[in-house]
Design a protein around this ligand. Structure first.
Ligand code: GLU
Length: 524
């Protein structure tokens, strides 16, 4: 097995890499990540699984003020739902734990002290007010804002004096003052940054907690992370990260900056474009396999034609070199399309198992009791409507009439152009016994009977050339509405078969009563 991130076709190129690939998903639990955020998790998971390496879940929760209760659990639930299982993490443990950064505080202090001792970091006593003022002046002078390094040059005595005043310092990295930092981007090649544009970033805050950047660097090293996949917005931080790694003398992980995900009009992706929390998609009846397939193609492609990938197939073919550098477009319509396709691929049993929770929640109370009695009936109903389901949550709305005694609808729905109440009533009066006389209740027999009825009763329409042909339209629509209360349903013979003869006839009798009442209603 290869240790490298590559497709089978390119493994040979990287055969010299000997370390196993370890990737991590490192969410900050500051909210409920939207669907697009999981793309990074998917890519990291794929990179690990493709190479037989490990996928680690690390929670970056050092910013206690921004912590949103419940978000860690929701993030984990989302990953599990998508099938992105992790080998190490806060819940399962592992050799590199703990996996909550809030439980690793003393480590960051230790590593900050190490940098101070070797002269690569220093304590900074500047007050918020001073920093504010400095920033204002820099802006006024049209200089790029950044720390002016005043505390970098304090003497031991000056430091001691500030300490005795009780000022609690932050720790800053002593970034190189001159020269350039060359950072070699996995997809973009060498990127060169002028060190004069990089200021001394804070590593530890005055509360002793690490900044996000520092904790991230220390942990990626201590957890032996070999490949980091993160958003392109982190490219500007890449030289800072590189400088700290180099100060420690640590090997830098391979960082893969994935392209931004934009709205179709290339604006920032927002809720209105479909950037909703992942679990909302679950609750709206999306399939996880549709979502992972959709996410895979946000900035990655296999070739220019293959569109469908199961998780297993993705694992097999994932090649991180095929990650794009141009922005990915989040097209909700495409996600919906994938969802429909994956729903149509479900076996009748799978369709039933996955849709039952939606039926249980969405059907009227009376219906819930009925279908509980007969799962085989539920399967037959759902199979009929499988083509029409855009999400599993469509099921209750589309199929409710299968599960209640009588559908509710307005009697005028039974009428049509050239098909008034007397004609509808008369049609039902003769059609009901015709159907009643059917010996076998299955699609072919029902269709043949209905067609013969149409011909016998003289339902015809004129074609453009003046010739006349039998016209199923009015009769079929009458029956369709009569049994379902809807104008759009699955194919009529199949639907009547599933409904069963008794229920069909009872509904048609009720429809007959409805149109008869219409016929004699005053003022109609
Ligand atoms: N905690 C960071 C975030 O949620 C992780 C970024 C990274 O992958 O390094 O954005």
């Amino acid at each position: 097995m290869s240790d490298t991130l590559s497709s089978p076709t390119t493994q040979a190129e990287s055969a010299s890499v000997t370390r196993p690939v370890r990737t991590r998903y490192a969410p900050s639990p500051t909210g409920f990540p939207h669907i697009g955020n999981y793309r990074t998790a998917l890519f990291e998971w794929l990179a690990a699984r493709h190479t037989g390496g490990q996928f680690v879940l690390r929670v970056e929760d050092t910013d206690r003020k921004r912590l949103v209760p419940g978000s860690i659990e929701a993030i984990m639930e989302g990953l599990r739902w998508l099938g992105l299982t992790w080998d190490e993490g806060p819940d399962v443990g592992g050799a590199y734990g703990p996996y909550l950064q809030s439980e690793r505080k003393s480590l960051y202090r230790e590593y900050a002290d190490k940098l101070i001792a070797q002269g690569d970091a220093y304590t900074c006593y500047c007050s918020e007010e001073r920093l504010e003022q400095m920033r204002a002046e820099q802006i006024a002078r049209k200089e790029p804002p950044g720390y002016d390094r005043r505390c970098r040059y304090l003497t031991q005595e000056e430091r001691a004096a500030r300490e005795s005043e009780g000022i609690i310092p932050v720790v800053r990295f002593a970034a190189p003052l001159e020269g350039q930092t060359v950072y070699s981007d996995y997809l973009r090649g060498d990127l060169t940054f002028d060190n004069r544009t990089i200021d001394d970033m804070i590593l530890l805050k005055s509360d002793g907690l690490p900044t996000y950047n520092f904790a991230n660097i220390v942990d990626d090293h201590l957890m032996d992370i070999t490949h980091v996949i993160r958003g392109e917005e982190y490219i500007s931080s890449a030289p800072r990260y590189a400088q700290v790694y180099r100060a420690f003398g640590w090997e830098e992980p391979t960082v893969i900056h994935v392209p931004l995900v934009l709205a179709p009009d290339r604006s920032k992706l927002a809720k209105r474009h479909g950037a909703l929390p992942l679990l909302e998609y679950r609750d709206m009846g999306y399939l996880p396999e549709a979502i992972t397939n959709f996410l895979l193609l946000l900035g990655w492609s296999y070739d220019d034609k293959t569109e469908f990938f199961t998780l297993d197939e993705m694992v097999r073919v994932f090649d991180d070199k095929r990650i794009s550098v141009s922005p990915a477009i989040f097209d909700k319509g495409r996600l919906d399309w994938f969802n429909g396709v994956y729903i149509r691929k479900l076996s009748p049993e799978e369709l039933t198992t996955r849709t039952l929770p939606f039926l249980r929640a969405g059907l009227p109370e009376v219906a819930r009791e009925r279908f509980d009695l007969d799962p085989a009936y539920v399967t037959r109903v759902l199979t009929l409507d499988q083509e029409r389901l855009k999400t599993l949550a469509d099921a209750p709305r589309l199929t409710a009439y299968f599960f209640i005694e009588q559908p509710e609808y307005d009697a005028t729905l039974l009428l049509g152009k050239n098909f008034d109440a007397p004609r509808a009533a008369e049609t039902l009066r003769t059609l009901i016994p015709t159907l009643e006389g059917l010996a076998t209740w299955e699609p072919e027999a029902i269709l043949a009977t209905l067609d013969a009825y149409v011909v016998n009763q003289g339902f015809i329409r004129k074609k453009a050339d003046g010739s006349e042909v039998p016209d199923r339209g009015p009769v079929f629509m009458l029956v369709r509405v009569g049994v379902s209360g809807r104008k759009e349903t699955p194919g009529l013979p199949e639907m009547l078969t599933v409904l069963g003869k008794e229920r069909t006839l009872a509904r048609l009798r009720a429809a007959q009563e409805k149109v008869t009442a219409l016929e004699f209603a005053p003022g109609e």
